[in-house]
Design a protein around this ligand. Structure first.
Ligand code: SF4
Length: 285
């Protein structure tokens, strides 16, 4: 029987490579090639909805760049010329590389020399004809963008017409402490967002869930809208605001306390943002 890579199989080990994990995404309409830099499951945050098993605090370990190059070339050849789609029984309509996404089991920009990853992946993908057709995305919590080497990596990402997906789950320090277990101040978060938008196309990615009590949730939503108003006033160029809710169970102790936000509330909030008449908004239910 053929192995099936399904749209719900997001297992990082699904093709037995160390850094590369393919995901067939129905939402994206094809194959997303994930690059997992944090093979030690280490992140500087601990979001209550995080799906990383055995998540620990910390940074990405040293990268074996030669192995990353070998794996990426090998994998892209399997997809472009080999039998990857047949082997995993991927339906015809999804047999397209939609994006290369640097994300994974922790914050990727915590890797020392992270810009080399962008350079290497960009160079190989361009050489093999994957870029610029497919998207090149860095999924980040944005907390380290104040660092010069991270800024250098965003400049490189921009050279490949890539995009940053900047995590912004809460506009308040209390909210970020509760949701992301992060002490990132609003001032620092906003500075990082400004820098990110100056260096590279940047979208905001916001996870919405049923977690806080009603009063707190209401205050959070109001604060988020106020923050967006200030972003508009400053004319900060945000490509898109992507709202999403829980699709898979969290691996954190709070898993039992958080629930998917219902479709109506998601749409209602998206409409509020649209009324600001500045942002492009998408909702993944
Ligand atoms: S930033 Fe991402 S990897 Fe880190 S804890 Fe949050 S969800 Fe998990």
């Amino acid at each position: 029987m053929k192995q099936k890579l399904t749209t719900i199989n997001h297992d990082r080990d699904n093709v037995g490579l160390k850094y590369i994990y393919p995901v067939i995404s129905r939402r994206a309409g094809g194959l997303s090639i994930g690059i997992n830099v944090n093979i030690n499951n280490a992140c500087n945050w601990r979001c209550v909805y995080c799906q990383v098993p055995d998540l620990v605090r910390g940074a990405a370990p040293e990268m074996d760049f030669q192995l990353l190059e070998r794996e990426l070339r090998f994998f892209l050849r399997q997809v472009l010329e080999g039998d990857f789609f047949d082997k995993y029984n991927v339906s015809q309509s999804l047999r397209v590389i939609k994006d290369i996404a640097i994300s994974g089991n922790g914050e990727p920009t915590s890797l020392k020399g992270f810009d080399r990853v962008i350079e290497l992946v960009g160079k190989i993908a361009l050489e093999m004809g994957v870029l610029p057709k497919s998207h090149f995305v860095l999924i980040s919590n944005g907390s380290l963008i104040n660092q010069l080497d991270v800024q250098a990596s965003l400049k490189k990402l921009n050279n490949y017409q890539g995009e940053v997906w900047f995590k912004l789950d809460s506009a308040t320090e209390n909210g970020r402490r509760l949701i992301n277990d992060s002490k990132l101040t609003t001032e620092k978060m906003m500075n990082n967002l400004r820098v990110s938008t100056r260096l590279c196309a940047t979208s905001i990615q916001t996870c919405m869930m049923d977690y806080l009590d009603e009063d707190k949730a209401k205050r959070e939503r109001e604060a988020y809208i106020e923050l967006l108003k200030s972003i508009k006033e400053e004319s900060i160029a945000i490509k898109k605001i992507m709202l999403y809710t829980l699709a898979r169970p969290s691996f954190q102790p709070e898993a039992g306390e958080i629930k998917k936000l219902d479709d109506k509330q998601m749409e209602k909030f998206a409409n509020k943002i649209k009324k600001l008449d500045y942002f492009d908004v998408s909702v993944s239910l």
